[in-house]
Design a protein around this ligand. Structure first.
Ligand SMILES: Cc1c2[nH]c(c1CCC(=O)O)Cc1[nH]c(c(CCC(=O)O)c1C)Cc1[nH]c(c(CCC(=O)O)c1C)Cc1[nH]c(c(C)c1CCC(=O)O)C2
Length: 361
C-alpha cells in the first residue's frame, strides 16, 4: 500500500518527488458555494453541524483537486465547548466576553473531554467516509490552536496587533501564564486526539501569532506547552505539522517542539528554512497569498520558485504562507494546483539533481 502524496511528503519518504498541495483557509469566503451554504448561519453554529461541516470541508477538494482536506472548524471551538463565552465576529475574529486576566479566571477553563465535542467526531467520520476511507489518496488534516495563540485571544479579549497584555502577563506572572497554557495544552491535545480517533490522518498545530516573540521567550514560555501537545500526538503515529506566521527565527525550535513538518510563511525562502531546521523535517509552504492577485505569468514563476526552493527538504507540502484571502479568485487557486501537479515533480527532481551535483564537487 502506498501513502497518500501528502503523507509521503510529510514522512520524507517521497521517491516520486510528488509535490502535494493544499491551502490554509481553502474552505471559506473565497468560495461562492461556501457563502451560499453559510447564509444566515453563525460560524460557531456551523461548526457544530456535522453534515454542513462535511459539505464545507469537501467544497475545496471538489473544486480545486487539492491533496488534502482541512477540517472545517476554528481554533476557538474547543474553548467554547468547555463553556467559555465567546463569539466569532465576521471581519474581526474571535471575541471573548470576559477575558482571562487573573488566577480565578482559570476556573472558567475546565478540562476538555471528548463527549463535549461529539459533533467533531461525527463530522470527521462523515468527511473521511466521503474522501474514501482511511487509505484515501486525499487525507483529512485535523487541527488545533497552539497554547500561545489561544492564550493571546483569551487574554486580549480578541485579535491584537502587539499582544501587549499577553506579553505583560507572560513575563509579569509566569505562574499564571504556565497555569493557563497547561490548561490550553490539555484542551488542544484532546481536540486533536478526538479528530485522529475519528479518522483524521494528519494534524496541524496553528501557532499563528508565535512569531511576535523572540526565540528566547518562545523557548521558555511557549515551547514546553506546544511540545506537550505535539509529543502526545506522536503516540497516534499521524504526521504533525507545526505552523506560525513570521516565525523565521523560531523555525528550529518549532521543529524541535515535536513536529514532523514545519510550516513556513512567505518571508524566508524554503531552502533557507531547510538550512535552519536541518534535514530531519519536511517543510510546508510558502507562496505569498498576496501574489494570488498578480498577473498569471508572474504568479506561475513564483509558484515554480517555491517548488525549486522546497526541493532542499526531503519532503515538501506546497501551501500558501498563510490563509487564502477572502477576495482570492477561486479559478486562480485551481490553476495553481494544476501547475503544481503537472510541473512539480519534474521541477523538484531537477532542483534536487542540481543540488546533488553541487554537493559532489
Ligand atoms: C488565528 C486563527 C483563527 N482560526 C484559525 C486560526 C489559525 C489559522 C490562521 O492563522 O489563520 C483556524 C481556522 N479557522 C477556520 C479554519 C478552517 C479550515 C480552512 O483552513 O479551510 C481554520 C484552520 C475557519 C474559519 N474561521 C473564521 C472564518 C471566517 C468567518 C466566516 O466564514 O464566517 C473561517 C472560514 C473566523 C476566524 N477565526 C479566527 C480568525 C482570525 C477569523 C477571521 C475573522 C474574519 O475575518 O471574519 C481565529
Amino acid at each position: 500500500m502506498t501513502d497518500a502524496p501528502l503523507l509521503a511528503a510529510a514522512r520524507r519518504n517521497n521517491p516520486d518527488d510528488a509535490v502535494p498541495v493544499w491551502f490554509m483557509r481553502q474552505a471559506g469566503r473565497s468560495l461562492p458555494e461556501y457563502r451560499e451554504v453559510r447564509e444566515g448561519i453563525a460560524m460557531l453554529d456551523a461548526c457544530a453541524m456535522p453534515d454542513l461541516v462535511r459539505e464545507i470541508t469537501m467544497q475545496p477538494v471538489r473544486r480545486h483537486g487539492v491533496d488534502a482536506a482541512i477540517f472545517y472548524s476554528d481554533i476557538v471551538v474547543p474553548i467554547k465547548a468547555v463553556g467559555l463565552d465567546l463569539e466569532i465576529t465576521p471581519g474581526i475574529g474571535p471575541v471573548i466576553a470576559e477575558p482571562i486576566r487573573e488566577r480565578a479566571d482559570l476556573d472558567r477553563l475546565p478540562e476538555l473531554t471528548p463527549d463535549m465535542v461529539g459533533y467533531v467526531s461525527e463530522a470527521v467520520g462523515l468527511i473521511v467516509a466521503e474522501l474514501g476511507g482511511p487509505d484515501s489518496a486525499v487525507p483529512l488534516i485535523g487541527f488545533a490552536g497552539a497554547p500561545f495563540t489561544l492564550a493571546s485571544y483569551l487574554i486580549e479579549g480578541g485579535p491584537s496587533k502587539d499582544y501587549a497584555r499577553t506579553k505583560a502577563l507572560m513575563l509579569g506572572d509566569p505562574d499564571l501564564w504556565h497555569g493557563l497554557c497547561s490548561r490550553l495544552a490539555q484542551i488542544s491535545r484532546v481536540f486533536l486526539e478526538v479528530q485522529v480517533a475519528a479518522g483524521a490522518q494528519a494534524v496541524q498545530l496553528f501557532d499563528s501569532w508565535a512569531g511576535s516573540l523572540p526565540a528566547r521567550d518562545y523557548e521558555r514560555y511557549v515551547m514546553p506547552h506546544s511540545a506537550e501537545v505535539l509529543s502526545a500526538l506522536g503516540a497516534t503515529g499521524v504526521p504533525r505539522i507545526h505552523f506560525g506566521v513570521g516565525t523565521g527565527e523560531l523555525l528550529p525550535l518549532m521543529g524541535a517542539a515535536g513536529a514532523d513538518v514545519v510550516g513556513v510563511d512567505w518571508r524566508i525562502p524554503l531552502d533557507e528554512a531547510a538550512r535552519r531546521v536541518g534535514p530531519a523535517y519536511a517543510l510546508q509552504g510558502n507562496l505569498d497569498p498576496a501574489l494570488l492577485g498578480a498577473p498569471w505569468e508572474v504568479l506561475a514563476e513564483r509558484v515554480r520558485d517555491v517548488i525549486r526552493a522546497g526541493a532542499a527538504a526531503d519532503g515538501h507540502i506546497f501551501n500558501l504562507g498563510h490563509g487564502v484571502p477572502p477576495k482570492a479568485d477561486p479559478a486562480t487557486l485551481s490553476r495553481v494546483v494544476e501547475l503544481i501537479h503537472t510541473e512539480g515533480p519534474e521541477l523538484r527532481r531537477a532542483a534536487r539533481a542540481a543540488a546533488g551535483r553541487k554537493d559532489d564537487q
